[in-house]
Design a binder for this molecule. Structure first.
Ligand SMILES: C[S@@+](CC[C@H](N)C(=O)[O-])C[C@H]1O[C@@H](n2cnc3c(N)ncnc32)[C@H](O)[C@@H]1O
Length: 438
């Protein structure tokens, strides 16, 4: 009875909220919509991170759902929510595969959702085997248990009946080679082969221990570009990890679970920060207005050799004080400046090296840069935060640096510290000048 009610509820929500006619077979998993929606919303955040500063032209987005199930709920939700998305859903179970195809066709989504049959012998990420494959993301709700015995053990451990209704068949729920951690572990291994054919690989998890295992696997492979989130619906808690072999980076608001207590088991697993806040010296709120601070930031950026900065005053949120910044190489560190001076001296003494090349041959891994032809070593955004917005120093302005693209984390960190320091000094000078005039 309760299973029938759960199916009716999912079918009703899908129809009422998304206009989707979903058929859920009695002997297959009945997906609770809010929890599935949470994951799609996180993927949306990942795909559109930095959209307001990057100003890229709209394009079609392609995703893969590994183990799409009888409902193909993830591809259907994603395509209903995003008109420019196309998805591949893979499924190994014959019955679920047929049912997924029917659900996709019944909702007239067969031109945008390609349901493909997986096999035991083949790879989990087999759609990426095509050399021309280029996907923006891959998502997965993996088979949870390692064995039928584990299903029974976990059911026995629960004092109360489970909150979520599970009608899953063994083939959907059990992966005998290590349960969800084993399944996603294979995805991690395969992603090492496919690298950037998919920009963001991801999976959901039902056990925190699996999150630990997968982060260990990523770190063992030096994949430090990853994100962890938590989905909470009532008493049900799930986690998800996304990882990338590209040099694109996500804001901490997407990549890290906020406000974890210091003794939380997940805290040591969080990825390195890509969002850095720099409080700006001891400037008092009242002394300078926001526009003036933005002008100072713009002026300071204009003085850094090899850096281009564009103010995105027309950003989506209509904010002022958001800068899109690209740096060809590290020209700001003391050693870089010393090196440049030495090269300049060489020029003055008749050495044939040109000064413009000098700024391009210094540290930052950009020795082969010739203006405008190579990718910048660093792409980031800078947002001027008003005193009330800043978390750290209540009565001060601060700058929020967001790493967007680049290989070298230390380059991003040293740039943030350099610009923060220079802007701070300029603000102090301006405040003193204003105080003197008063
Ligand atoms: C936990 S269910 C998730 C179903 C659906 N995505 C959802 O969230 O409701 C896992 C699904 O993965 C499928 N599966 C297991 N191994 C697979 C593989 N190697 N390739 C594709 N699908 C697989 C199972 O048949 C099952 O439908």
């Amino acid at each position: 009875m309760i299973f029938a009610q759960a199916r009716c509820l999912t079918e009703a929500i899908m129809f009422g909220d998304f206009g989707v006619r979903l058929k859920i077979p009695e002997d297959r998993l009945c997906p609770p919509v809010p929890n599935r929606l949470n994951y799609v919303l996180w993927i949306q955040d990942i795909v559109y991170a930095h959209r307001d500063v990057l100003e890229t032209r709209p394009r079609r987005i392609r995703g893969i759902d590994v183990g799409t199930g009888a409902t193909a709920i993830y591809p259907i939700l994603a395509c209903k929510m995003e008109e420019t998305w196309d998805m591949v859903g893979t499924e190994i179970d014959d019955a679920s595969f047929t049912c997924a195809l029917n659900n996709v066709e019944a909702n007239d989504l067969h031109n945008r959702i390609d349901v493909r049959k997986a096999s035991k012998e083949g790879g989990i990420l087999f759609p990426l085997e095509d050399c021309d494959a280029k996907y923006d993301f891959c998502m997965c709700n993996p088979p949870f248990y390692a064995s039928a015995a584990e299903v029974e053990d976990l059911a026995r451990e629960k004092e109360l009946p489970p909150n979520a209704v599970c009608t899953g068949a063994d083939i959907e729920m059990i992966y005998s080679d290590g349960g969800e951690a084993g399944f996603v572990g294979r995805m991690v291994e395969e992603s090492e082969t496919f690298q950037t054919r998919c920009k963001w690989y991801s999976s959901m998890f039902g056990k925190m221990s699996s999150v630990t295992r997968i982060v260990e696997m990523l770190r063992e492979r030096s994949i430090t570009n990853y994100a962890i989130t938590e989905f909470v619906q009532g008493q049900t808690r799930r986690w998800a990890i996304a990882w990338s072999c590209t040099d694109s980076h996500l804001p901490d608001s997407i990549a890290r679970i906020p406000n974890l207590p210091s003794n939380h088991a997940l805290l040591p697993l969080m990825p390195p920060r890509n969002t850095l806040s720099q409080p700006l010296s001891s400037t008092e709120v009242a002394s300078l207005d926001f526009e003036r601070v933005c002008t100072i930031v713009s002026d300071v950026l204009g003085l850094v050799d090899g850096v281009t900065a564009i103010e995105r005053s027309e950003s989506e949120k209509g904010e002022k004080g958001v800068f899109f910044v690209q740096a060809r190489a590290n020209t700001w560190s003391r050693s870089a400046r010393r090196k440049k001076a030495r090269l300049k001296d060489g020029v003055n003494e008749g050495n044939s090296t040109t000064v413009s090349n000098a700024s391009e041959t210094i540290e930052g891994g950009a020795s082969n840069l010739s203006a405008g032809t190579a990718e910048p070593a660093l792409t980031c955004s800078i947002r001027v935060l008003r005193p009330a917005e800043a978390e750290i120093a209540e009565s001060h302005y601060s700058l929020e640096f967001q790493w967007i693209f680049g290989r070298d984390r230390s380059l991003f960190e040293s740039f943030a510290s350099h610009v923060g320091r220079k802007v701070g000094l300029q603000l102090e000078a301006n405040t003193r000048a204003l105080d003197g005039a008063a």
